[in-house]
Design a protein around this ligand. Sequence first.
Ligand code: SF4
Length: 306
Amino acid sequence: MQNDSERLSELSINHPSAWDIDQLRANWFVFVEALLKEEANLLIPSRRIRWQIEQTPAFQEVVSCWDKMEGSHRLDAWKRLLLAAEEACRTILPACVQCGECCRMGSPTLHLEDLVLLQSGKIPWDQLVTLRKGEPARSPFDGKPFVLPEERIKIREKEGLRECVFLISETDRCSIYVDRPLQCRAQACWDPIPARDTAELPFLLREHVFEGVDLLLEIIAGHETRCGFAVLSGAFEELSRSNGGNVQEVLRLLSYEEHFRQFVSDKFKIPAQNMELLFGRSFAWMTTLFGFRITEEPDGTRCLLV
Ligand code: SF4
């Protein structure tokens, strides 16, 4: 496996005058990565630095004219890009430039202050998911795993990714930017303090979202008692301890939780897409957290597989 400096020296064998536009972009990418390592400026994502420079008229002119440039002009243009990159590393704009980098590293957790965004429909409820007490989570600051001391409501992430659902991949733009949640507004890749301060503010809980709907709150409490994360976790611990002896109990639990959701959805006409806000992620989904998956036989029998 090559490291960045090896890639850099390999890419730099050719003189810029001989590069086509793809080679220019490849060298540019490697140069910025290497530069950031040298600057030890790792707080700022390299994509952010590249984005900032790539928006400048100077960069866009170089890229759009590269194919038509003479060799000596290409060398000058390349030098200008290198200087611009060094300058950008030193003078990162203290403002969000909507490069989308933060949004690719995880979706935001909502705070009480964000409730108004839900109530006004600016953030649709079906794009939210509740992570329940005891579930494993990742710190938004250093990515380290930790166990949630209490529930959190988050915006969904795209299937199989850590990317926020509101990030438009084609443009790197947030589709709710004007109405983005508090955490997004506080997040600043050039300064971690506002986001850390925000994490001290009260988080949004289901009791806030469904305040005044007592029946729903009772149902949520009932679901927590019978189907809390600790219940599932305990069942899987026993599965391991008993060497698979309680597999039927685990399957019964999964089935019970599924029926619970279905019953509430049918009875109160709650769309299926809103169930993850109401009850968090299903037990069936959570089996993957314990290294298992469920399969279903043609006769409907369920099996738990590693
Ligand atoms: S809500 Fe918008 S700003 Fe916040 S993480 Fe999602 S895409 Fe990014």
